[in-house]
Design a binder for this molecule. Structure first.
Ligand code: GRF
Length: 193
């Protein structure tokens, strides 16, 4: 079975990336992770990827222009042979050049039920609004932040007395399941046409 090659971009602990890596170990998974790259060379997720035998790349964006930094990351991604990108807690806005080059082949996970609560502090905003549910969404990345077509979502009940951290912890479990399932389905559809 031909597997699609995926590069995962992270900025921190990389638990969603880890979930994508574990899911890819199933023989019938439609993708494999060929690179984990980060804008923080000390991101803990890079250690995890190295331990799993995956190529890694870490380079600080500090003091660099956005497009200049994205070109460096892009060169590594091209070198890895990746055909898709999965953003997983990548806390950098992307340059328009980078986004257009990967149009339709770059996904992101966002911890809200989009189109609600784009950007940061999603759990706090959902609780403050009195919502019955938070959740997470996987979407195609477009030029607008957290705005591209949604490919899948999971609702997560908000419990009375939930703090943003409580809700974030439960939502993360949902994220880990949703992301690998949606990514695998998306690339399979692309492979099989
Ligand atoms: C996740 O909640 C993700 O949805 C958000 O940032 C967090 C990253 O966590 N974009 P991790 O690095 O995957 O553990």
């Amino acid at each position: 079975m031909t597997k699609a090659k995926v590069a995962v971009l992270i900025s921190g602990r990389g638990s969603n990336m880890a979930a994508l890596v574990y899911a890819a170990k199933a023989a019938d998974c439609s993708y494999e992770v060929v690179l984990v790259a980060s804008n923080d060379p000390d991101a803990p997720g890079l250690d995890f990827a190295r331990a799993e035998g995956i190529a890694t790349f870490g380079h600080s964006h500090k003091g660099m222009k956005r497009a200049e930094f994205d070109a460096i990351i892009n060169a590594e991604i091209q070198k890895s042979g990746a055909e898709y990108i999965a953003l997983a807690g990548y806390m950098r806005l992307l340059s328009p050049e980078f986004v257009s080059q990967w149009e339709g082949r770059m996904l992101n996970i966002h911890p809200s039920l989009l189109p609600k609560y784009k950007g940061l502090h999603t759990h706090e905003r959902a609780i403050e609004a009195g919502d019955a549910y938070g959740g997470c969404s996987v979407h195609i990345v477009t030029a607008e932040l957290d705005d591209g077509p949604v490919l899948g979502q999971t609702q997560v009940a908000i419990l009375p007395g939930d703090t943003p951290d409580d809700l974030a912890a439960r939502t993360l479990i949902a994220e880990h399941q949703l992301y690998s399932r949606v990514l695998a389905g998306y690339v399979r559809q692309e492979i099989e046409g």
